[in-house]
Design a binder for this molecule. Structure first.
Ligand SMILES: Cc1ncc(COP(=O)(O)O)c(C=O)c1O
Length: 400
């Protein structure tokens, strides 16, 4: 039998993309019983199982088979209206043509990458950043500009320096900047109001688009910062959002909101027809839910868990590590000087706690070896305390 080299049939950009690390390497296999401080999942107690059950029953009662067809459920249009309304409450006013419902924020990012990035495109990213977005962008280009994140979000002055230098040397400028300005994954930091304004000025001056990933934007402990899209006067911001962190990730409801030309192009390439049953179920859930009340409950619960995590770090690790205190979201970013956190993970899993090693959030993984991302969203308070105690043991055993 002649062996066929399947790979030789791949397109050039796929061959190039396959040279990156395989996707999902960051997803640790967590042994049963291990405390999950690695998971960016919502708290199991706050996934609205009973309201969703009620919503499904109401949906079938009122629409019978309609939500199970390709199209037909009136609630598919309703969902879009409900999301438009939620966005408007945050200062983002978009028409029907300026909004596309996607299968989670991830599909929106992937579609945007497909539309805007080719192998010659330079993408500006904050560093560290959401590993899945890094994986997506690397499927399309190998050219990046990395701008460091500090406790005020990413450093827009540094971005300005890099852009000015590239311009003066006649080098290609980025066409797209990807940012998670609010309660960033992984650092938990929030871009200040001054930096938000500065970023928009730079986008106008150096002519690039901004992809604003707002997956955690509504999960503030105090006040929600104004989204970049609400400050955007030139249609340079593509706003991506999701119900994964505030309702349930399994529904796969996300969106992209931006200029109608862009949304039309995204819709052109989105061939999965959406998920009518999930869209109709979600619309019914939103109909029967007081969403502001739900958000208040979530914000209070996550703030409480975050406080427990931080006070446990103070109790068990304060002399050995440092961290940023987040004002919302799911994550605390911790620096452990002198420790290779990929090695630490092996020891931590033996102790019975899991985290995500920092290296996965960096393009150049060597830059992230002393960091870890801890999530307070999934584990309960007791587990968080226990988990940090175990982490303390693991760190100390490595440092002796
Ligand atoms: C910053 C960020 N963007 C997007 C996503 C993906 O969200 P979705 O489940 O809507 O695809 C996540 C999930 O972890 C995230 O952290």
């Amino acid at each position: 039998m002649i062996e066929v080299s399947i790979e030789s049939f791949f397109s050039e950009n796929i061959k190039s993309a396959l040279k990156s690390n395989p996707p999902g390497e960051w997803m640790t296999k967590v042994p049963a019983g291990c405390i999950r401080l690695n998971s960016g999942y919502p708290s199991p107690t706050h996934v609205p199982v009973m309201p969703l059950k009620t919503a499904v029953a109401k949906l079938f009662e009122e629409e019978q088979d309609l939500p199970l067809h390709y199209l037909g459920s009136p609630r598919i249009t309703k969902l879009k209206e409900q999301i438009q309304k939620r966005l408007a409450e945050r200062g983002i006013h978009v028409s029907e043509e300026e909004l596309l419902i996607t299968s989670g924020a991830c599909q929106a990012i992937d579609l945007i990458a497909r539309i805007l990035i080719d192998d010659k495109t330079i993408v500006a990213i904050e560093t560290p950043t959401y590993m899945e977005a890094l994986e997506i962008f690397q499927n399309y280009t190998k050219s990046f500009i990395s701008i460091p994140v500090d406790k005020y979000g990413f450093d827009t002055n540094r971005l300005e320096e890099v852009l000015a230098e590239r311009k003066s040397k006649g080098l290609t400028l980025p066409r797209l900047l990807y940012t998670i300005p609010t309660f960033q994954n992984p650092t938990g930091t929030t871009l200040t109001a001054e930096r938000r304004q500065h970023l928009l000025e730079l986008a106008a001056k150096y002519n690039f688009l901004i992809l604003e990933d707002d997956a955690y934007g509504e999960l503030s402990f105090n006040k929600c910062p104004i989204p970049l899209k609400a400050l955007d006067r030139e249609d340079r911001v593509l706003h991506v959002g999701s119900l994964s962190k505030v309702v349930a990730p399994g529904l796969r409801i996300g969106w992209a909101a931006g200029a109608s030309e862009l949304i039309t192009a995204l819709a052109w390439f989105k061939k999965d027809l959406g998920h009518p049953f999930s869209h109709a179920t979600t619309a019914t859930f939103l109909e029967i839910t007081d969403f502001e009340k739900r958000l208040k409950t979530l914000r209070d619960a996550y703030q409480e868990k975050c406080t427990v995590l931080i006070s446990s770090l103070e109790q068990y690790l304060s002399e050995l590590v440092s961290w940023y205190v987040p004002e919302g979201g799911y994550f605390v970013w911790v620096k452990i000087p002198g420790v290779d956190t990929a090695q630490l993970l092996t020891q931590a899993l033996v102790e019975g706690v899991a985290f995500v090693p920092g290296k996965y959030f960096f393009l150049n993984q060597k830059d992230g070896t002393e960091f870890i991302r801890l999530s307070f969203s999934y584990a309960d308070e007791k587990e968080i305390v226990e988990g940090i105690k175990k982490l303390g043991k693991a760190v100390k055993s490595i440092l002796v």
